[in-house]
Write a protein that binds this ligand. Structure first.
Ligand code: ZN
Ligand code: FE
Length: 253
């Protein structure tokens, strides 16, 4: 089974993704319609489905216009249906749906918002995480608790290491600079920082990223490690507590 996954830059730093397999096309998030419609027409694709990760306008702002152009079905979280544009299918945590013969699993990854979901396609080795797990970082915790966000990130971290992580924004360079303040001696992290600097200098997207690399370098996934706890003088603290400290530091970085 073959997949084409196309990254579509939108607004100032958002990413939408087109997933094309066996003649059908789905879109993950719709920050704005124009660049997505342009990409579809350049490839001669129509739009069959839109999958919404969360209610923020920079992820749903283009849905109404795309609905008018292509009449796709819209899928999103049952838990947040009242804040999302009208859903044709509402999904709960752990539920799977079929897309063009491919199983897609819905994961609740609340924290950034309540009812934020991710879409996992094991067959494509791809997870679409928007503002939960991000390249070298994670989204701000606006609506959920720190504990909840930590649980959500661990859920994504438990997927196979060869999974590619398709996140919602180009925040990677800033995330990388912050990561260095947490683990200045982490050689994998420093090497990745250099790669990210080069990609940013060429204005190239730094997404998707490999989950295995996130596990080695992303401080928000590493809050449970003893070397991270001791670097923060938090030996003996709970993992979620350490995550919360890292998140608070990033908020004011
Ligand atoms: Zn958001
Ligand atoms: Fe966002």
């Amino acid at each position: 089974m073959s997949f084409e996954i196309v990254t579509v830059p939108c607004l100032s730093d958002n990413y939408a993704y087109l997933i094309h397999t066996q003649g059908k096309t789905a879109l993950v998030d719709a920050p704005e319609a124009a660049p997505i419609a342009a990409e579809l027409s350049a490839r001669g694709w129509t739009l069959d489905e839109i999958w919404v990760t969360h209610h923020h306008n920079d992820h749903i702002g283009g849905i109404a216009a795309l609905k008018e152009m292509f009449n796709p079905m819209v899928r999103g979280a049952a838990a947040d249906a009242k804040r999302l544009p009208k859903l044709d299918a509402a999904h709960g945590d752990g539920e799977s749906f079929d897309f063009s013969g491919v199983p897609v699993q819905v994961l609740d990854v609340s924290g950034h918002t309540l009812g934020h979901i991710a879409f996992y396609l094991a067959d494509a080795q791809a997870v679409f995480t928007a503002d939960s797990l991000m390249a070298f970082g994670c989204g701000r915790v606006f609506e959920g608790t720190m504990e909840q966000m930590w649980t959500s990130l661990r859920k994504i971290a438990a997927l196979p290491g060869d999974t590619m992580v398709y996140s919602g924004h180009e925040y990677t360079l800033n995330n990388a600079k912050f990561a260095k303040t947490i683990e200045p001696e982490n050689a994998d992290l420093l090497a990745r920082l250099e790669k990210v600097k080069q990609a940013s200098a060429r204005s190239e997207p730094t997404v998707p990223s490999l989950l295995a690399e996130e596990l080695e370098t992303n401080p928000f996934l590493r809050a449970g490690l003893s070397q991270v706890k001791s670097a923060l003088n938090m030996n003996g603290a709970g993992d979620a507590e350490v995550f919360a400290e890292i998140r608070r530091r990033k908020d004011s970085f």
